[in-house]
Design a protein around this ligand. Structure first.
Ligand SMILES: [Cu+2]
Length: 213
């Protein structure tokens, strides 16, 4: 009976714990509409959290497009590209923001042969180690655009159709919130927040997403 009582007491104390909070972020586009597919990262100022474990992912080249167009992966993950089209593609991965002169060291070039009937689709892979966005393109088809967002934070999510994300179990206290979107022209300024039990944040950005084909 005593043990049961103790359990009950624990259950009462834990949910609204002072150790972790829920961060709810809403991201709006320049026109005030919800911005979908924005990558939101929360970085608590306290001791560095363990990075999420690398997870292998596959990005297809299909119908002259990268599918999915946006992939979020932990740093150190292996990203495999497969070409399902019958013609050749390239994969050009560029990091940093060339418009702001912040090219980073990591980048890659892959050459993908066209798929041959009855054979496995051509595949090639890279390991992405550096946190941040990698823009994907193809030298042969300028309309092919995609992105990989590499993260070393366990608190990362992409906005839904309402422009919202919810991250739970974020340590209480000071934290930095960053927003990145594949169609952004300049970096959105990071925000400093204080995480309490439920912390709503709204970003009004100058980003205007392109219409998807
Ligand atoms: Cu191509």
């Amino acid at each position: 009976m005593k043990a049961l009582h103790r359990l009950w007491w624990l259950a009462l104390c834990l949910p609204a714990s002072v150790w972790a909070g829920t961060v709810q972020v809403t991201v709006l586009a320049r026109d005030g509409q919800p911005l979908t597919d924005a990558v939101v990262t929360v970085e608590p100022s306290g001791p560095r959290a363990a990075s999420p474990a690398p997870t292998p992912v596959t990005i297809r080249q299909e119908g002259l497009a990268f599918v999915p167009a946006l992939t979020v992966v932990p740093a150190g993950s292996r990203v495999t590209f497969t070409n399902l089209d019958r013609f050749e593609h390239h994969v050009r991965g560029t990091t940093g923001n060339p418009l702001q002169g912040s090219e980073r060291s990591e980048g890659f070039e892959l050459r993908m042969g066209g798929r041959v009937e009855g054979q496995a689709p051509p595949a090639a892979s890279v390991v992405v180690n550096e946190a941040g966005p990698v823009r994907l393109g193809c030298h042969l088809h300028g309309s092919m655009r995609g992105a990989i967002y590499v993260t070393d934070s366990p608190w990362v999510a992409r906005t839904d159709a309402q422009g919202r994300i919810t991250l739970e179990n974020v340590p209480d206290g000071a934290a930095t919130v960053r927003v990145w979107h594949p169609d952004q022209l300049i970096d959105t300024a990071a925000r400093q927040i204080t995480v309490v039990s439920v912390t709503p944040v709204q970003f009004d950005t100058p980003i205007q997403p392109r219409r998807r084909r």
